[in-house]
Design a protein around this ligand. Structure first.
Ligand code: ATP
Ligand code: MG
Length: 481
C-alpha cells in the first residue's frame, strides 16, 4: 500500500479496548507503515494545531479514548465551544443511555467536563490546588522513593487536562478569557512533577502559541494536522530540527505530522472515531477509571465532588447528543454553535433564543429567570446583565440572538458580518438586517462603535464603561501572553 493511501484512507479507532497505562504510552494514531505512534505524557504536555476542519476535535476524541482506556489517568476536559469535545463522553452515561447487563451505572468516559467559563475557572483552580497539595501530602512517599517526580499509578492517577482550542484561550483579546489562559499556564508551570499535564489544541497559525516559552518547553508532544489548507502552518517552528516536512505531503483530514521526544516528526494519521464507538468505549472502560486519591480529592474539595450536580451540569442537558461528532458544518471560530442546539416542544426559534439567553446568562453570572425570582431573593441577585429580562425588548428571536452574540463578544466587540454568520444556521439572517439592528442599538445606546471603516467593531454597553476596557479593542493591539 502506498504512503498516500494510508494517509488518505479513513480508519476507525481500533476495537481493542484493552487496558493502557501512562507509563507504557498512549497510542494517538499511526505512521505510514501502519505502526502505531505512542504519546508519553508523564512529564510532557501536548500541542495539536490545525486549521479549521482539519480534524482537531476528532483527534481529541481519539486521545480521550486512549485516556479512558488507561488505568492511571483521570481526564478533565475544557471546551468553551459548548462542550462539544467532551459531551459525547459524558451525556450517554449521565442520561442512562448506556446500560450494563449487571445494572450498575456507567461512569462517564471523562472525569470532569467544563463547557462554561466559570466551570473552567473552577476546574483550573482545583488543578492548581491538587498540584500544591500533592507536593505537601506526598512528601514522605517522594522521600522514600527517592524522587521528586510523584509516582503515578492507579492509586495516585495522573490528571490530564484536555483543552480543545485552548491555545486560543491563551491569546484571547478578552481580559476575562485571558485570565483562564494564565491559569492554564500556571498549571503547566507548577504541576509537571505532581502528575497534572495538559493537552492543548490550537486553531491554525502556530506562531502565537509557540512564542510562549512555557508551551515551547513543556509541550514537546506535537501534532500538526495539515488538512487541505496550507496557510499559516510553519512546520519548522512546530518541529525544530526536522527537515523536509511539507504541508502538502498530507492534504487529508486527520492526517499530518506528529513528533515526540521519543519519535521524530513524521507523517501520521489519526483514527476516525464516532459517537457510537465513544459510547462503546465509555461502557467498556467504566470499571477501569481510577478514583482521585484522597490527598487530591481533599484539595479539590466540593468544587470537584459536586461536578456532576444538576445545577452544574444543567447546560449539558440542552445539548444534542446526536451531532456532537462528525459535524461537517463550517463554524466560525469562537462562534456559538447554533447547529448543535436541540429543540423540544418550543418552536425552533424560541428554543434558540432561550439557549442564547441561558448561555449568556450563565457566562456572565446574570440574574435568573424572572418567574423564578419574583419577590423574595431580588436582593440576592448577582449583579449582571439580566439578559433574560431583556427578551421582550427585542423584536424577534433572531434579534435577541444577535444581541446575545454582541454581548458574548465581550470588550473585543464584533461586527455585522460575524453576527450574521452566527445567525445564518439558525435564522438565515442577512448581514443587511444585522446592520439595521446595529444602527438602532448605536442610536439607543445599547452598543458603541469602536474603530473606523473596515475595522469598525461594535461593543455592547455592558463592556464599555471605562477607558481601559476600550483600549482592549484596538485592532491588532499586540498582546503579551
Ligand atoms: N482521522 C480522520 N479520518 C477521516 N476523516 C476525518 C478524520 N478527522 C476528521 N475527519 C473529517 O473532518 C471533519 C472535521 O473534523 P473536526 O471537526 O475534528 O475538525 P476540527 O479541526 O476540529 O474543525 P473545527 O475547526 O471546525 O473545530 C470530520 O467531520 C470528518 O468528516
Ligand atoms: Mg473542532
Amino acid at each position: 500500500m502506498t504512503t498516500v493511501n494510508v494517509l488518505e484512507q479513513e480508519r476507525t479507532y481500533p476495537t481493542d479496548y484493552s487496558t493502557l497505562s501512562l507509563h507504557t504510552g498512549i497510542p494517538w494514531g499511526y505512521r505510514t507503515n501502519a505502526q502505531q505512534i505512542l504519546a508519553y505524557l508523564r512529564e510532557q504536555c501536548a500541542l495539536i494545531v490545525g486549521p479549521t476542519g482539519s480534524g482537531k476535535t476528532n483527534m481529541v476524541h481519539a486521545i480521550l479514548a486512549g485516556f479512558a482506556r488507561a488505568e492511571d489517568v483521570l481526564t478533565w476536559v475544557i471546551d468553551l465551544n459548548a462542550g462539544s469535545a467532551g459531551l459525547p463522553w459524558v451525556l450517554p452515561a449521565l442520561n442512562g443511555q448506556i446500560v450494563r447487563e449487571d445494572g450498575k451505572p456507567v461512569r462517564p468516559g471523562i472525569d470532569w467536563l467544563a463547557g462554561t467559563f466559570d466551570e473552567a475557572m473552577t476546574m483550573l483552580d482545583a488543578a492548581v490546588r491538587v498540584a500544591k497539595q500533592r507536593k505537601m501530602g506526598y512528601q514522605a512517599l517522594l522521600s522514600k522513593a527517592n524522587t521528586d517526580l510523584l509516582p503515578i499509578s492507579a492509586k495516585i492517577p495522573q490528571i490530564m487536562l484536555v483543552i480543545d482550542e485552548g491555545a486560543e484561550i491563551l491569546v484571547s483579546p478578552d481580559r476575562q478569557v485571558r485570565k483562564l489562559g494564565e491559569k492554564i499556564l500556571e498549571v503547566i508551570r507548577i504541576a509537571r512533577a505532581m502528575g497534572v499535564r495538559t493537552v492543548l489544541t490550537a486553531l491554525g497559525a502556530t506562531g502565537s502559541v509557540l512564542s510562549n516559552l512555557m508551551i515551547r518547553r513543556e509541550a514537546k508532544v506535537r501534532v500538526a494536522l495539515t488538512g487541505s489548507e496550507t496557510e499559516g502552518m510553519d512546520l519548522s517552528k512546530m518541529f525544530p530540527g526536522s527537515r523536509g516536512l511539507r504541508v502538502d505531503q498530507a492534504p487529508y483530514k486527520g492526517a499530518g505530522f506528529m513528533g515526540t521526544p521519543e519519535s521524530p516528526a513524521a507523517l501520521f494519521k489519526a483514527w476516525r472515531i464516532l459517537p457510537n464507538q465513544i459510547r462503546e468505549i465509555t461502557a467498556a472502560t467504566s470499571d477501569r477509571h481510577p478514583r482521585l486519591d484522597d490527598v487530591s480529592a481533599k484539595a479539590a474539595g466540593p468544587a470537584y465532588a459536586r461536578r456532576w450536580d444538576a445545577d452544574r451540569t444543567a447546560w449539558m442537558r440542552d445539548q444534542a447528543v446526536s451531532d456532537d461528532a462528525g459535524d461537517d458544518s463550517p463554524v466560525t471560530p469562537g462562534a456559538l454553535r447554533l447547529s448543535a442546539l436541540n429543540e423540544q416542544q418550543e418552536s425552533p426559534e424560541d428554543a434558540l433564543a432561550r439557549r442564547f439567553r441561558e448561555e449568556i446568562d450563565a457566562q456572565f453570572g446574570t440574574a435568573p429567570e424572572p418567574h423564578t425570582t419574583e419577590q423574595d431573593d431580588v436582593a440576592e441577585r448577582p449583579v449582571g446583565l439580566n439578559l433574560s429580562a431583556l427578551r421582550d425588548e427585542q423584536d424577534s428571536p433572531a434579534q435577541q440572538a444577535a444581541l446575545a452574540a454582541l454581548i458574548a463578544a465581550g470588550p473585543a466587540g464584533t461586527g455585522a458580518s460575524a453576527i450574521a454568520r452566527t445567525l445564518a444556521d439558525g435564522f438565515g439572517t442577512t448581514r443587511q438586517t444585522v446592520v439595521g439592528w446595529l444602527k438602532t442599538w448605536l442610536t439607543d445606546g445599547t452598543a458603541v462603535r469602536v474603530g473606523e471603516g473596515t475595522k469598525a467593531r461594535y461593543v455592547h454597553r455592558s463592556h464599555t464603561p471605562t477607558a481601559d476596557r476600550l483600549s482592549l479593542v484596538v485592532p491588532h493591539a499586540p498582546h503579551v501572553v
